[in-house]
Structure formats: structure tokens, C-alpha cells
Design a protein around this ligand. Structure first.
Ligand code: SF4
Length: 276
């Protein structure tokens, strides 16, 4: 397990009570105004008893550095050959797994090779083909609706900008960010799926629960050139180690800078259920 930072000791009064923290949103609001930004600290971060700052620039940079080491060059796990296939796969991946979607999409694209083919369908005709991904009625409406809009309004081509993508049925910022980042290489935002949501909170990069607010927080903390890769890395981390129910903290290279309440193993403090 990589260790480059001396683990901080928990404050005697408990990790959250001892910290003389300003509210995270207040920090982020300051970050919006460069004149109010604090100069970066030289050390690896204040001790908790002196005002642990989870969004200190050097802590965020260390998280990014370790993610780079752990998941270099990772990308989207959804199989696709063009932006339309990626859009469909991302719509189908809601409340499902990439493995399940990758089992379903090859047959769908074999049966309906182009966006025009899908646009000619009635939603119920697609339902049997995507049934196993769950929520298949809504997903069928979204996929067929998106195909029709792409054919009627965008000349059969998946739009390359956020505003146009958001006009497509079933497409919100998460899906749009996946397509823009993964296919077009455009960093318009940060993908916030269930993994990014959970891990951003565990790493205290946000205190929010709403995906849009989490994305805003991450966009302020993470350098823009890292937005696309960061999303992929955190999603992989969520699949491999930082699992929802029982994170594998003992194997996690971020462990000694992570103070998540639900850690299962810890060198940095007392966590409920954690073993030191
Ligand atoms: S130490 Fe545990 S909770 Fe923290 S990031 Fe790693 S796996 Fe997740």
C-alpha cells in the first residue's frame, strides 16, 4: 500500500467536532473569488486538531496523484463504436451494470445498426431487447425519443455540446458528460454517477447529496484538464475497492488520507466498525 503521508491522528474530541472548519460551501464560494483564495499550505495539510481542511488544494492534489497511480489511462467500460452507441449504452446503464449493458447492446446494434433504424421504431418494439437492463419501458422511450430528436433536429448526428444533448429525451448531465468526455474529449463537466457520488462524499470533496451540486463542487476543486479522467478513475475505484457496502479500505492506497465514517479498516482514526 503506497504511503507517502504520515497519517494524521484523530482529534481527542472526535474528528468532526475538533475541526475548526468553515462550511464547505463557504470554502467553495471563496474559491470562486480568486481574491479570497487562501495561498496553498506548504505542508501536507493541517492536523485535524488545528483545522483539518478536506478540500485543501494539496490534499485534493494528493488524491488525484494517487488515483493516477492506481488507475492510469482508464476510460469508460461501456462497449461502443460511435457516439450514438455510447449514448444508448449510457442511457441503458442507469440502475444497471456495465457488464449487463455490454451483454445487451451488441444484439441491439446488430438488429438496429443506425440511429435512423431506432428512430423508426415504436418504443414497445425495443422493450424486449433491453428488458434485462431494468426500467426497460422508460429506457425504450428515452432511446427511441433520443433517436427521433437526433434525426429530426441534428441531421442524424449526436450533438457535441451540453445544451443540445440536454434536449434529448432521457439525457441529463451525467449522460451528456459521459458522451462529451469519453467520445468527443470535451470537458464540459464531471460525470456524477453513483460511484462518484459516494466516493466524493467519503473523501469529503463535497457535503452535498444532489448530483448537480456535487458536480459543481468537483468542478471547483478538480482542474478542468482532469475532469474526464477523474470521473473514470473514481468510477473504477468504486467498482474495485471503494464498494458501496463494504469498502476494501485495507487495500486502498487512499486509506491514510481518507476519513470516511464507514471505513472498514483504518490507520487514521476510529471509525465505526473499522479495525485499526
Ligand atoms: S479508504 Fe475505504 S472508504 Fe476511503 S477511499 Fe479507500 S476504500 Fe473508500
Amino acid at each position: 500500500m503506497p504511503r507517502g503521508i504520515t497519517p494524521r491522528r484523530p482529534a481527542k474530541t472526535g474528528r468532526h467536532e475538533a475541526a475548526n472548519l468553515k462550511p464547505l460551501r463557504g470554502q467553495l464560494a471563496k474559491a470562486r473569488n480568486p481574491r479570497e483564495r487562501q495561498p496553498p499550505r506548504k505542508s501536507g495539510g493541517a492536523s485535524k486538531s488545528k483545522g483539518y481542511d478536506p478540500i485543501a488544494p494539496e490534499r485534493v492534489a494528493e488524491i488525484l496523484r494517487r488515483l493516477d497511480q492506481l488507475y492510469p489511462g482508464v476510460t469508460c467500460a461501456l462497449s461502443h463504436k460511435n457516439p450514438w452507441e455510447l449514448l444508448v449504452a449510457t442511457i441503458l446503464s442507469a440502475q444497471s451494470t456495465d457488464v449487463r449493458v455490454n451483454l445487451v447492446t451488441p444484439e441491439v446494434f446488430k438488429k438496429y445498426p443506425t440511429v435512423e433504424d431506432v428512430a423508426k421504431l415504436e418504443p414497445h418494439q425495443l422493450e424486449p431487447d433491453i428488458r434485462s437492463t431494468g426500467f426497460f419501458r422508460n429506457k425504450s422511450k428515452s432511446v427511441v425519443g433520443a433517436a427521433r430528436r437526433i434525426v429530426s433536429d441534428y441531421g442524424g448526428k449526436v450533438p457535441e455540446n451540453m445544451n443540445d444533448l440536454l434536449t434529448l429525451p432521457g439525457v441529463a448531465r451525467k449522460t451528456a458528460n459521459v458522451v462529451l468526455g469519453t467520445w468527443f474529449g470535451k470537458a464540459e463537466g464531471v460525470v456524477v454517477d453513483t460511484h462518484v457520488h459516494r466516493i466524493s462524499r467519503r473523501l469529503e470533496l463535497t457535503k452535498n447529496n444532489d448530483a448537480k451540486k456535487i458536480e459543481e463542487d468537483l468542478m471547483l476543486l478538480i482542474p478542468r484538464q482532469k475532469w474526464i479522467l477523474f470521473s473514470h478513475q473514481v468510477i473504477w475505484h468504486g467498482r474495485k475497492l471503494c464498494l458501496a457496502r463494504s469498502p476494501k479500505c485495507v487495500d486502498c492506497p487512499l486509506e491514510n488520507i481518507c476519513y470516511a465514517e464507514d471505513k472498514t479498516w483504518s490507520t487514521v482514526g476510529k471509525h465505526r466498525g473499522a479495525k485499526a
